[in-house]
Design a protein. Sequence first.
Length: 186
Amino acid sequence: MTGPQPTQVELTVRQRELLERLNRREKSSQQLVRRCRIVLGGADGANNEEIGQRLRIQRATARRWRERWATVAAGLRLAEEEGIDDNRLTELIEEVLADEPRPGAPGVFEPEQIAQIIAVGCEDPRGSGRPVTHWTPRELADEVIKRGIVESISPRSVGRFLKRGGLETASEPPVEERRPRRPGSL
């Protein structure tokens, strides 16, 4: 009893060389290396189950990347025939093996803005003329808007940035956390 046949992976000699180079390149991400190995394994005749066992991945993952390669193989061959150089062909291969854009709205704040918000959160609020000893998310949001770092931002977003930045583990948090007081406590 045989199952469905895996998508055929065909490589030109040049594509194989570039995939093997990407596989060995020190700056290649693990993700890219794994995907190169899936394509190379498929070209060597391994089925999805064998590739999955060899790379310790799901069979569906091997199938997905084999199919992705198969959909663009003709375009890559055509680019080679038109005389594309190795650097550009490598870039195209990396694009094929990269993640597709994820659904959802893009981020609102640039990484530089987030870093600046965190930096302001590390400052003493009194230096900015604030009458508090610790930043509250509201005070910090108002301050970064006042400084022109962002046009608008919610206190909740400020809190998330500070938490994600690891500042919640500081011995004295830069942002005062609002907790309800228990009756009878000061």
